[in-house]
Design a protein around this ligand. Structure first.
Ligand SMILES: [Zn+2]
Length: 254
């Protein structure tokens, strides 16, 4: 019987949120963010371990010595870096619910196309697959504004995008003990196609483990607002490569 318990749920705040507050405040929010102290007893029986680099990613990494990256901006969770160790990573997209032919349906179709495009962008480097089974998905992408939250004594302001994760302990089909993470991405459908693609690409980068922001406007994980959202850069990939070489408590024993 599968046993599940959630240990944490943390948001990754992004420029679309910062835009509504001011960049300075957003930066301060990010700098003062991070993970709350956690009890490590829950994972005391787990050991840190490293996994082989995903082959698609390994194939595009720069040789040692010429590497530019922003790995120093990436935060681990109390259970280690939020990397995936079992492939493919399953991604669920919220389906369209509007009547076909309506303006709402057209907007939702644009969102769907851009979400599938963002998944394809990252799939060149990490093995992702779209699933219709939300319960089995590792990453759930919802066509919704992020939920409002209580922050510093008041309700947070509305924002367009956010990524959250939670940690779950359960067992795999062979009965091995696992410490897994699940990522939920919230991206509304009120942006134009190009901005939407950039937002989805950026948030999916967080869900793939890039839990932080690049200081470089040419990177997909840059925190600021860009009129022409960047593609996934070599620096994004180098950072991802360094990330996937780190040990973590996440994964299954065995
Ligand atoms: Zn972000």
């Amino acid at each position: 019987m599968t046993q599940k318990s959630a240990y944490s749920q943390q948001p990754q705040r992004c420029w679309l949120f910062f835009r509504l507050v001011t960049f300075t405040l957003g930066s301060l929010l990010l700098a003062s963010g991070g993970f709350p102290p956690m009890t490590r007893g829950a994972e005391a029986s787990m050991d840190e371990r490293s996994y082989p680099l995903p082959s698609r990613l390994e194939a595009v990494l720069e040789p040692q010595g010429t590497v530019e990256d922003y790995f120093d901006q990436i935060s681990p969770s109390p259970q280690g870096y939020l990397l995936w160790s079992s492939w493919p990573v399953l991604v669920y997209l919220e389906p369209s619910q509007a009547s076909s032919g309506s303006a709402l349906a057209q907007r939702q179709a644009v969102w769907q196309n851009q979400a599938e495009g963002a998944i394809a962008d990252w799939s060149r480097y990490l093995h992702l697959e779209i699933t219709d089974d939300k319960a089995q998905a590792n990453i759930v992408i919802l066509r919704k504004q992020p939920p409002l939250r209580w922050e510093k004594g008041k309700i947070s302001r509305a924002r367009h995008a956010e990524t959250r994760f939670r940690i779950i302990r359960d067992r795999d089909a062979d009965g091995q003990s696992c410490l897994r993470h699940q990522q939920t991405v919230y991206v509304g459908d009120r942006q134009g196609p190009q901005q939407l693609r950039g937002t989805l690409r950026h948030e999916l980068g967080h869900a793939l483990g890039l839990w932080g922001h690049s200081p470089n406007p040419g990177d997909a994980l840059y925190a600021g607002q860009i009129a022409d959202p960047p593609e996934i850069s070599q620096s994004d990939l180098n950072t991802l490569g360094k990330l996937y070489g780190q040990p973590t408590l996440l994964g299954c024993l065995g």
